[in-house]
Write a protein that binds this ligand. Sequence first.
Ligand SMILES: [Zn+2]
Length: 297
Amino acid sequence: MTRINYTGCPLCNSTKLYGFMKIKDYFLSGESFELQKCNSCGFVFTQGHPDKNEIAEYYKSEEYISHSDIRRGLVNKTYHYARQFMLGSKRRLIRKYIGESSGSILDIGSGTGFFLKHMKDHGWKVKAIEPSEEGRAFCKREFSIDAQKPGELFKMEDRSFDAISMWHVLEHVEDMNGYMKKIFSLLKNDGKAFIALPNHLSLDAAMYKDKWAAWDVPRHLWHFTPKTFESLALKHNFKLLKKKSMPLDAVYVSILSEKYRNKPFPLIRGGLIGIVSLIRGLISLNKSSSIIYVLNK
Ligand SMILES: [Zn+2]
């Protein structure tokens, strides 16, 4: 098995790294992975994660709902209702910052394509990048959108898009710095990037500790806080325009975390903790479970 070991911080290159936490993959493999933290910039990442070729094995579950559309079980049902609500709120956010009600958008990690379908229905010109073959096939079959493989991203022409979105995707991408650089050059001069990420300084992360579902090792390689993501954005010449909470994620992540704790009534317990965390995140954004960062060039 090929594992990627970092001797320097992927964000600031410092070699002062230390063991931060050990996290088990409760979702699929049951294997444990070490998170390391950089002593200089505070960035947390999954040390010794499987390489590009082997990581696919860790996504092979029909319950990985980002990549499928299975309406089974209450948790998934809740997720699907929440998604409908989120589609509208993402589009309104993009419209607000682009200043137009339509334009060109690239969604990286488009999954099954529901978001782009929604944007297309509202007059946007859409392009998609998606690593999963099933995701691309679903997107084509259901929505007639031709999602392309990740390699195609680097062949796209500079200054092609008004908006580029990554909804809970950057934390999965091994070439984090390469993607940030490419996104910068793909945006038109007044283009904006919309990047959603979990935040391990949230109340739900503090409650669930090593069982917090959004650690999601080894699928999540990078574990951001508002401070470390802002450093990454700055490193790649972006300016941070706005941070916005994704309130429903606190509830979803808490319910999933309760399942990992193996306690009874995960939906009720997780729902309640999720709501408390949601409110905490609304009071102070940097404690929000998930944050959308709006960046401009
Ligand atoms: Zn660092």
